[in-house]
Design a protein around this ligand. Sequence first.
Ligand code: ADP
Ligand code: MG
Length: 720
Amino acid sequence: MAHLRFKALDHIQSRSKVGFDIPAGKVSDYFGELAFGLKQMRVSLSSDSYEKVAAAIKQGKKIEIETAEAIASAVKTWAISKGVTHYTHWFQPLTGATAEKHDTFFNPQQGIEEFKGSELVQQEPDASMFPSGGIRSMFEARGYTAWDPSSPIFIMDTTLCIPTVFVAFTGESLDYKAPLLKSMDALDRAATRICKLFDRNVTHVTPYLGWEQEYFVVDKALFEARPDLVMANRTVFGHNPARGHQLDDHYFGRISPRMLEFIKEFEYEAHRLGIPVKTRHNEVAPSQFECAPMHEEANKSADHNQLLKDVMDRVASKHNLRILFHDKPFETLNGNSKHNNWSLSTDTGINLFQPSNSARENLQFLIFFICTIRAVYEHTDLLRASVATAGNDMRLGEQDAPPAIMSVFIGEQLSKVLENLQKNKDIKLDKGDNVYMKLGIDKIPEIILDNTDRNRTSPFAFTGNKFEFRAVGSSVNVSNPITVLNTIVADQLTEFYKTLNKDLDAGTERKIAIINLLREYVSNSKKILFEGDGHSKEWQTEAIKRKLSNTRDTARAMDAFISKKTVDVFKRMKVLSEMELQARHEIMLENYIMKIQIESRVMGDLGLNHILPIAVAYQNKLIQNAQGLQQLGIDNAEVIKTIKEVSKYASQLKADILKMIDARKIANKQESYREKAISYCDEVKGEYFDMIRYAVDKLELYVDNEDWPLVKYRELLFIR
Ligand code: ADP
Ligand code: MG
């Protein structure tokens, strides 16, 4: 085994660097050349077909079969001209990855290439192996995929990929995209009504999303020499390197030449696919990086995140690299996050989270701003559940990541605005008064971004013209947290609108009714506002006082996914039914159980079969040495001390692993997913992971470097 580590290290030394030259020209020359969206449809469809599809997308309506035929024919011609031979419905099952099944355009009977409208619109993958939480076995054995025309079709490796939703024949959603689209719809309905109070021209409101994807990169040969990376995508063992991120020298530092070649190539591929990747930089930990695109409609942005991760994986492989998207691949280093920047925009081009100098617009801004805060307050536990994964449990509360307590940061300026709003509750507001001026909301100056962005420990921060959901882990499909966010805000806006109308019916003047309602919302949700250090002990104590949960593990956090409150809000907004929520809950718990189980097995295997024999062999070497010294009459006390230490950790390691295996057996016997998840969380992971790791990491310090079987952190982490 030790050989494997050194072979891998030799391999990286002898490898010639893989370079990449971006073809000559500007990004705008090739941006989107592999995507077929509205822009390309306008060029290749008759104006009649184009108008129809554009309208259908805007209004979320069904596309007529004749229009589908026209699009299928155009997209086929376009694709074949680019060397495409196959097509696939591309969908996002609840495994967290993406799925596809390829069919060829070629019809062997007729000897021609064909692609029908019906093939574009719908397909029936044999998908019985995807997790459905029992939905399909309970109701209907088959599911189908249906085209989502609001996200561009694209070409990947000579295959035309058609973004689709994946649903059971009985209508239940089996993927991430369908609920996201429904939540966008719910938000559109709820928000547009409110916007119309201010501007009758608004007909649609769309949530926008801009994510920031963090990742680690390691050499492929080294990755393959670490069974834990291969199996669990994270290192379960590894002593801290002498240099971690204490020097802060990696953050925004110069990108190494080898990495740069890789980044250039995946960005080029991303641009060809129409993914608007914009920024790249080194992150906090060594070998950690981030890439972020321009924000887009939430649905398109979520697709682009899934697609980009795929592209990065493929390109990395060409460069003999592997990407770690795991939320916490190195327990002692900074984790990987995926900040989700979220905002709402009208089809008249107004960002509803942008404060302005117009008093009227500010009132509108305050409605959306305060309703979002209140929605988060009402559904803190659900938001926590929306980001819950085994990996993210390890990240939340650690360096540079927000804690597991959900709170909202709004910055000094807006805190003052809300305070004023509350304080002035006794101001008499008469008809004809300049209410805005009286309340001091006639002008909310543009927020200086720097002021709002300093507090990196806030899980949900207002950053000037958008909210930034920072508790999201890097490995997840962003659709889940964004679906939750859209849904709870849609529900809150709906409630606001209804209550407002009641007050208006009772004869209250509109501005005054709005302000009174907002004031009430601020008072009963201000407990969620927190501007301080999310890592401090004081905040933990304070959060308890405020009755804000601090749920550290997914096993328990997931309860909120099926609570009555959650079921009700999803039902009211018509996003997910109780049965769908139950199914998802089960799938996520199962996924959690499997992750911990795999990690536990890898630990057991590495500990017993790789580390222990090496430790014992090393111990024997030391024993010989001690005996030799003794024969020569030289003091061997130091050696004996080391023998004792090695022997202590080796026997501890073995004992703990055996006990952990027993704990797993007990966990496996638990009946419900919840009990099993809790058992894995507390009895397997909670009891043993840290102890086992501690023993191994200690042994790493003792055992001769030449004999140590696992690639060390210092070797993994500094990409040259
Ligand atoms: P950070 O300091 O966290 O890196 P930036 O201001 O650089 O924040 O923005 C990060 C990301 O926020 C951008 O890459 C973009 O995708 C997203 N973003 C910017 N404006 C908006 C918006 N109005 N709505 C949603 N996302 C946005
Ligand atoms: Mg950010």
